[in-house]
Design a protein around this ligand. Structure first.
Ligand code: PPS
Length: 259
């Protein structure tokens, strides 16, 4: 308990160009900024809680031709290290409302991120981009505007949820892989929420409780589209939609908010 609250106290974020980030990231920023990708590197660029772990597992399963044993070689955060963790594009977007709810629970259970406060407080902080890794709006707008200029595959969490086979096929094509039907079906099965929730290489169960306290909220929490409806009040929803319209003006992007 003491360790937990000490970590929480040290979990204040610092900023780079106005974007709140973890202290270790900010302290190593020059090294991170100098990262040079190799021509065949594949970057997964997700807003927190948008389905990072899901797309990481899908990409690894594609690379390994659905060899489950090979995908068990290490935990997901080692198979696909985070550049900004200073131990070192494929943006995946998830609708802002579900991201907000998922992030709120994550900040409650993650002892190295600041305490999110009440849901009402968090709602305001998220809208203002005063959360780790900054504004959802800036992330999505930034990548959406760049997607046609670079070799970028823009994916939506909600689409993967709706038709995983079709979306996984799209990722494989982007990676230049031709998957036969059996391999594809296996990837769909192995990357389902239920399977990944039970898989110690993806469910973060190997991370100590002093860092991720899964008794507060599991890392693999619900994995659904539309959980925001259980959290947003009518007034919050109206306010959010108004802000969304303003911030996303001129962006022709359609997020699915329920299935
Ligand atoms: N296979 C699969 N299917 C559906 N949903 C899945 C899957 N794997 C992870 N998830 C859900 O994604 C949310 C976690 O997002 P991230 O992996 O981006 O989190 S993190 O930023 O890396 O901490 C988190 O969402 P919530 O359940 O809404 O909290 C996870 O449950």
């Amino acid at each position: 308990m003491a360790l937990t609250s000490d970590l929480k106290k040290q979990s204040q974020l610092k900023e780079v160009a106005g974007i709140p980030l973890q202290t270790a990231t900010v302290d190593n920023w020059s090294q991170i900024q100098n990262f040079e990708a190799k021509p065949d590197d594949l970057l997964i660029c997700t807003y927190p809680k948008a389905g990072t772990t899901w797309i990481q597992e899908i990409v690894d399963m594609i690379e390994q031709d659905a060899d489950v044993e090979k995908c068990q070689r290490a935990v997901i955060q080692h198979r696909h290290p985070f550049i900004e963790w200073a131990r070192p594009p494929q943006p995946s977007a998830r609708n802002a409302k579900d991201c907000m709810v998922s992030y709120y629970y994550f900040q409650r259970m993650n002892q190295v991120l600041p305490d999110p406060g009440t849901w009402e407080e968090y709602f305001e902080a998220f809208i203002d981009g005063k959360v780790g890794w900054g504004s959802w709006f800036d992330h999505v707008k930034g990548w959406w505007e760049k997607k046609d200029r670079y070799q970028v595959l823009f994916l939506f969490y909600e689409d993967i949820k709706k038709d995983p086979k079709h979306e996984i096929q799209k990722v494989a094509q982007f990676m230049g892989k031709n998957l036969d039907e059996t391999v594809l079906d296996k990837i769909v099965q192995e990357t389902s929420f239920e399977k990944m929730k039970e898989n110690p290489m993806t469910n973060r169960s190997t991370v100590p409780k002093s860092i991720l306290d899964q008794s507060i909220s599991p890392f693999m929490r619900k994995g659904t589209v539309g959980d925001w409806k259980n959290h947003f009040t009518v007034a919050q929803n109206e306010k959010f939609d108004e802000i969304y319209r303003k911030k996303m003006e001129g962006i022709t992007i359609n997020f699915c908010l329920e299935l």
